[in-house]
Design a protein around this ligand. Structure first.
Ligand code: HEM
Length: 467
């Protein structure tokens, strides 16, 4: 490979094989990110790699990652052109907020979403998040009472429905019964999509394999079609009938519909997809709750500390609210620690112009992988990184402190828009669960490394009442 002093050339990397490039190297580990870390030991913190025929660059340290996401964010704002992404979003991945290339439309969509999807802790919207969550959690607890105690139960669908209802209540002022068949199906399909999006496939890099994936692609399209029909019929149509275009928007759906009237660049199509994208965010939260519960059952001392904290703050006389978050740093830190260990990948970026990273040339169209696995799990960044230790995020016994290199929601112009909702809803859900139940497992769950998703059919949990 090229020596480090040839800075104006492309970054060094493994010699690609014909057709598959270096894809075979990624298959040697549980996650491609572990393979990236191993390759960085040979080729350095930035290296080039061909996957299929697609030129890619992998950046492995925080300084280079910041250069891609922040300093040169404008050069690297694109997304890969994977066929699966098109299939999920009505044939065009630019319909999706997370998988589209950067554009002025994306800027508008992000700013429309900001008020509702990134509410500040002291804002009126945040009060609404709390109200919605409190209301839904009462229903959630009633649903849990229908499940048998002290035997393995499938908790994920119930948690996902609670999350889905919090989202639809908050964003669309509507919610659904847990036994509504269409709602249950849509929640399941959203979860299937979340799992799907978190997987990597050879066909992403070798589109000529597509004929072998025909059935899979059809299945993906069908999930998306069923979801779209539900959102149109059960949410938007009912909403439109009661919308006062001269009034103050009641929620995110109103704001989107009103914006459609004012902005000639926004189409009906854009509105539906934007709403669908954000409602779909509930799956990420439900999955993160499951990932955190997997840690809670594995480390009983963590569960017991969370329970002590919620009992102290609520005095055992009321349910926890979002505004208890500041007084419950251990519970919040447990969520951060679960996120760190899960190490959810950052969606790959794409160079939209010829540029450089760390002095190396990166040509337009190159896919940039951000190796955040190293940032989350690397010995260079954490003391005893394999240990599940929420305390690492708590300073002076009560304040949350996250190191700058910890960026589970990424950073820069394409940073996650839903991160506040994740923190708020996840906190109240977990605090309520541990307040009311001891949670155990029939068998220790094994989670996929480098992934915040658990499969739609996943590990069962055992609930034991605390009262
Ligand atoms: C476990 C929870 C979640 C995690 C770990 C997470 C993480 C991320 C990451 C790493 C990105 C990529 C940023 C980049 O490419 O630089 C992202 C993008 C995004 N996230 Fe999240 N996210 C979560 C939940 C949510 C939720 C609940 C929503 C919606 C309410 C949401 C909406 C978005 C959107 C719209 C983008 C695309 C932003 C853009 O490309 O301009 N996320 N998220």
């Amino acid at each position: 490979y090229l020596p480090q002093n040839r800075k104006s050339s492309t970054a060094p990397g493994p010699k690609p094989w014909p057709i598959i490039g270096s894809l075979h190297l990624l298959g040697q580990h549980e996650t491609p990110f572990q393979a990236f870390t191993e390759l960085s030991k040979i080729y350095g913190d930035i290296f080039s790699i061909n996957l299929g025929t697609i030129p890619c660059v992998v950046v492995n340290n925080f300084r280079l990652i910041k250069e891609v996401l922040v300093t040169k964010g404008a050069d690297f704002g694109g997304r890969p052109d994977f066929m699966r992404f098109h299939k999920l979003f009505g044939g065009d991945r630019n319909n999706s907020l997370a998988l589209c290339d950067w554009s002025s439309l994306q800027k508008t969509r992000r700013s429309l979403a900001r008020t509702y999807c990134s509410p500040r802790f002291t804002s009126l919207q945040c009060d609404r998040v709390n109200m919605v969550a409190m209301e839904e959690l009462r229903i959630f607890l009633t649903e849990l009472q229908k499940l048998p105690l002290e035997e393995p139960v499938d908790l994920k669908p119930v948690i996902l429905k609670a999350c889905a209802n919090m989202f639809t209540k908050y964003m669309c002022s509507t919610s659904f019964a847990y036994d509504d068949k269409n709602f249950s199906q849509v929640v399941r399909y959203f979860d299937e999509i979340f799992w799907e999006i978190n997987q990597g496939y050879a066909v992403d890099f070798m589109p000529w394999l597509l004929p072998m994936y025909t059935g899979h692609m059809k299945k993906i399209s069908n999930w998306a079609t069923v979801i779209r029909k539900f959102i149109l019929e059960r949410i938007i149509d009912e909403h439109k009938a009661t919308l006062d275009y001269d009034g103050i928007p009641r929620d995110f759906t109103d704001a989107l519909l009103m914006h459609l009237e004012e902005d000639p660049n926004m189409s009906w199509h854009h509105i539906i997809f934007e709403l669908e994208d954000f409602i779909g965010g509930h799956s990420a939260i439900g999955n993160l709750v499951m990932v955190t519960l997997a840690a809670v059952v594995k480390y009983p001392e963590v569960a017991s500390k969370m329970q002590k904290e919620v009992d102290r703050v609520t005095g055992g006389t009321r349910y926890p609210t979002l505004f208890d978050k500041e007084a419950m740093p251990y519970t919040e830190a447990t969520i951060w620690e679960a996120l760190r260990q899960a190490s959810s990948p950052i969606v790959p970026h794409v160079a939209t112009v010829d540029s450089t990273i760390g002095g190396f040339t990166v040509s337009k169209g190159s896919v940039i992988f951000i190796n955040n696995y190293e940032l989350n799990i690397g010995e260079a960044y954490w003391d005893n990184p394999k240990k599940f230790k929420p305390e690492r995020f708590i300073t002076s016994g009560q304040t949350i402190l996250k190191p700058a290199h910890f960026i589970p929601f990424s950073t820069g112009k394409r940073t996650c828009i839903g991160q506040k909702l994740v923190q708020y809803f996840c906190f109240v859900l977990l605090a309520t669960l541990v307040q009311n139940y001891h949670i155990e497992v029939p068998e220790m769950p094994k989670l996929k490394p480098g992934c915040v998703a658990v499969p739609p059919d996943c590990f069962k949990l055992i609930l034991k009442s605390r009262t």
